[in-house]
Write a protein of this length. Structure first.
Length: 202
C-alpha cells in the first residue's frame, strides 16, 4: 500500500470501509471526481468552520479543495489514490510545500513544528476503503495536535463516511456492477481509529 510507504509511522490513524460492487476503474475514477453536490453534509460541515469559506462550485470535485490548499496527489495506482499534505502550527506560513510531490519527499520531510497528513482511497476484494494517517515532526507539535484531534475526530469520521458513500454511488452509476453479493454480506460500515503505530521494519 502506497500510504504505508509514505507514512510508515503515525501518531493518529483513522480507517473506514464499505462494500462496493463496481469495477475498480469506476471506483478509483469516482474517488477523484465526486463533487460537492454529491456530499451536501460534508459541504455543510465545512461551511461551519470559521477558517473556511467555500471556494468551489457545487459541481467541482471535492478533492480540488485539498489540492488547492497545498495537498498533493502523491501516487495513483490501479487500486489506490494517495494524497498528502504538510501543515504548520503557524498563521503566517500554514502550509509547508514539498520540494517535489513524491512519496519519498513526503516521507523524508522532517522540518519541526509540522504535521504530515496522508490519506488514501483504495479498492480490493470489493471493499472501498479510506485511511488517514497523521504524523507530527516533533514532540511539542504532537501534543498540540492530540488536543486538536479530540475536537475534530467525530466530525472527521462523519466526513469520511459521507465521502465513501458518495464515491460508491458514483462508481455504481458510471460502471456496470460486477456482483451484488459483496453488499449483502455487509450490514454496517466497519471502522477503527488507532492512536500511535508503526509499519516500518525495525
Amino acid at each position: 500500500m502506497q500510504l504505508i510507504r509514505a507514512l510508515p509511522r503515525w501518531d493518529r490513524r483513522e480507517r473506514h470501509r464499505l462494500p462496493c460492487d463496481a469495477p475498480v476503474t469506476a471506483v478509483m475514477g469516482a474517488a477523484e471526481e465526486v463533487t460537492w453536490r454529491e456530499v451536501p453534509i460534508f459541504r455543510g460541515l465545512m461551511s461551519m468552520m470559521p477558517w473556511w469559506s467555500p471556494r468551489f462550485s457545487a459541481d467541482e470535485p471535492v478533492l480540488d479543495m485539498f489540492t488547492g490548499a497545498g495537498f498533493e496527489i502523491l501516487a495513483r495506482a490501479e487500486d489506490e489514490l494517495l494524497v498528502g499534505g504538510i501543515e504548520r502550527f503557524s498563521r503566517s506560513r500554514p502550509i509547508a510545500r514539498l520540494s517535489s510531490p513524491s512519496i519519498a519527499a513526503f516521507r523524508d520531510f522532517d522540518e519541526p513544528c509540522c504535521i504530515k497528513i496522508g490519506f488514501n482511497f483504495s479498492y480490493a476484494g470489493r471493499v472501498l476503503a479510506t485511511e488517514t494517517r497523521v504524523r507530527a515532526t516533533d514532540s511539542r507539535t504532537r501534543r498540540l495536535f492530540c488536543l486538536y484531534w479530540l475536537v475534530i475526530r467525530g466530525g472527521s469520521g462523519l466526513v469520511r463516511h459521507v465521502w465513501l458513500r458518495a464515491i460508491r454511488r458514483r462508481a455504481r452509476r458510471v460502471g456496470r456492477p460486477s456482483s451484488t453479493d459483496a453488499a449483502a454480506s455487509w450490514r454496517h460500515q466497519e471502522k477503527d481509529s488507532t492512536t500511535g503505530g508503526n509499519d516500518a521494519r525495525l
